[in-house]
Design a protein around this ligand. Structure first.
Ligand SMILES: [Zn+2]
Length: 115
């Protein structure tokens, strides 16, 4: 088994919180970050939404690949080639958001016990 450590900065969490939705169609974007050490990454940037508005629904959205690639390139260049794609974010505009089976199958979540 390969262990990785992922950190998320408070700025990134605040940016995600600012995209919170209780209604409307799903929205989403890109998570970017840097390698801190071997197998140690930090998510430090949450992109603006980059979904195809006309392909969004209450329970699904499709990435605008051109815009996503522009964001990834912009962040890579503006960070002296240290910030890159680490994943994606999307909203679940409902009172009690529940991950879909696609969400679950596309993530590996491992909790680290606190001591
Ligand atoms: Zn989802």
């Amino acid at each position: 088994m390969i262990d990785y450590t992922m950190e998320v900065t408070m700025e990134a969490i605040e940016a995600l919180n600012s995209m919170c939705q209780m209604s409307g169609n799903e929205n989403g974007g890109i998570l970017l970050g840097s390698e801190i050490n071997e197998k140690y990454y930090r998510i430090n940037r949450v992109s603006e939404p980059c979904m195809l508005i006309d392909r969004s629904s209450k329970c699904g959205c499709i990435r605008n690949a051109n815009k996503a690639n522009e964001i990834i390139k912009r962040e890579f260049e503006s960070s002296n080639h240290t910030r890159f794609y680490l994943g994606e974010w999307h909203t679940h505009p409902e009172d009690n958001p529940t991950p879909s089976t696609v969400d679950i199958s596309s993530c590996i979540i491992r909790s680290i016990p606190t001591q």
